[in-house]
Each structure stands twice: as C-alpha cells, then as structure tokens.
Design a binder for this molecule. Structure first.
Ligand code: AR6
Length: 184
C-alpha cells in the first residue's frame, strides 16, 4: 500500500534475511537475548550485536516496554537492528494496545532520526508474549500507516515480514481494513 512517498508492504519470510537499512527485533527489557526472533537475530548477526546491547544496558539499564534502541546489524544483511520491547499479553486491560503501538512508533521514530529509508518488522509480541495476532496486526499496521502519513520522515518502505502463511493472511486482512480507513 502506498502512503504518501512510502510503501507499506507485507511478505512471508525470515527477518534475518532482509536487505534493508534496519530490521526490528522483538526483544525483552534486558536486551540480552532470548528465543524467537531475538534468538535468530543474535545467532545470525553474531557477537557484535550483543556487545552493543551490553553497552546500552551499562548506560541506561535495559529498555522499558514500548521503547526502542538501535545497534549495529553485525553480520546481518541489514545495517542496523532496532530493538524494541512489546508488551506481554495479560488480558488486554493493562495498556497492552498502547504499549504495542508505542513499540512500533518509537522504532519508526528511531529509524527516521538516523536517516534510514527502509525498515522491516516482525510481528512483535505475538509469539512468546501471546498478544492475539488479529488485534496486534491492526495496531501494527494502523500505527505504521499513521507514522508514514506524517511529513518530514525519510522512510520509503516499511516491510512486515511474517513467519508463517497464517500470520501473513491475518496481516493481509488487517491491511485491507487499514487501507479502507485511509480512503475515508
Ligand atoms: N523472522 C520473522 N519472524 C519470526 C522469526 C524470524 N526469523 N522467528 C520467529 N518469528 P517472538 P514476542 C515470529 O516470540 O512475542 C524472545 O525470547 C514468530 O513466529 O520472537 O515479542 C524475546 O527475548 C512470532 O509470530 O517475540 C522476548 O523475551 C513473532 O515472530 C520474547 O521472546 C514474534 O515472536 C518476545 O516475545
């Protein structure tokens, strides 16, 4: 979908293989690694990423939920990794929607501040953190579309890389809803 001078795209695949300026990591507040996307990114990118995260932890003591930090991409095809922390789902009454939106918005803001033009996201919080994917997809795409609509950012492509065909189908349906709202 075209939004101003940027494209919002969806594809199935592995985030660690994306040739973009930055990929986004679904990290945890310690920034020191884990399973899922986080494990895959550290494995494929090598020790330089953990070194950079350790320095950030020494400086600011981790990353609060909803915020984001940026490191080298190490040996990944992407130049940078933006580490953000999505909320753990605990029923939906604990600010999970707003925290998930903040994770996307702060990742995009950080990319823009660094002059990056292409960014790829996984589906944050919908794995180990159990955020219901239909709801998460609407927040992910709605927040990203709103950011791209704003002026004065350098981003030309925000790509969502979904790990399964099922997740891709859910995101496709959510994108149709967001596109409908864009037309109004
Ligand atoms: N590329 C794209 N998507 C992937 C990949 C990949 N290589 N691997 C998994 N996914 P999760 P969360 C999908 O659990 O829910 C970690 O331990 C996966 O199928 O990685 O935010 C962190 O350290 C799912 O749809 O992230 C945290 O402790 C989505 O990525 C915690 O998990 C997110 O799943 C964060 O949990």
């Amino acid at each position: 979908m075209q939004i101003g001078s940027a494209r919002l795209t969806l594809e199935a695949g592995d985030i660690t293989e994306q040739h973009v300026d930055a990929i986004v990591n679904a990290a945890n507040t310690t920034l020191l690694g884990g399973g899922g996307v986080d494990g895959a990114i550290h494995r494929r990118g090598g020790p330089a990423i953990l070194e950079a995260c350790t320095q950030i932890v020494a400086r600011q003591g981790g990353c609060p939920t909803g915020e984001a930090v940026i490191t080298t991409g190490g040996r990944l095809p992407a130049r940078f990794v933006i580490h953000t922390v999505g909320p753990v789902w605990s029923g939906g009454q604990r600010g999970e929607d707003d925290l998930l939106a903040a994770a996307y918005r702060n990742s995009l803001r950080l990319a823009a501040e660094h002059g990056l033009t292409t960014i790829a996201f996984p589906s944050i919080s919908t794995g180990a953190y159990r955020f219901p994917i239909e709801r998460a997809a609407g927040i992910a795409l709605g927040t990203t579309a709103a950011f791209l609509r704003g002026r004065g950012h350098p981003i030309v492509e925000a790509r969502f890389v979904l790990f399964t065909d099922y997740d891709l189908a859910v995101y496709h349906r959510a994108l149709e809803r967001v596109a409908g709202e864009e037309r109004r």
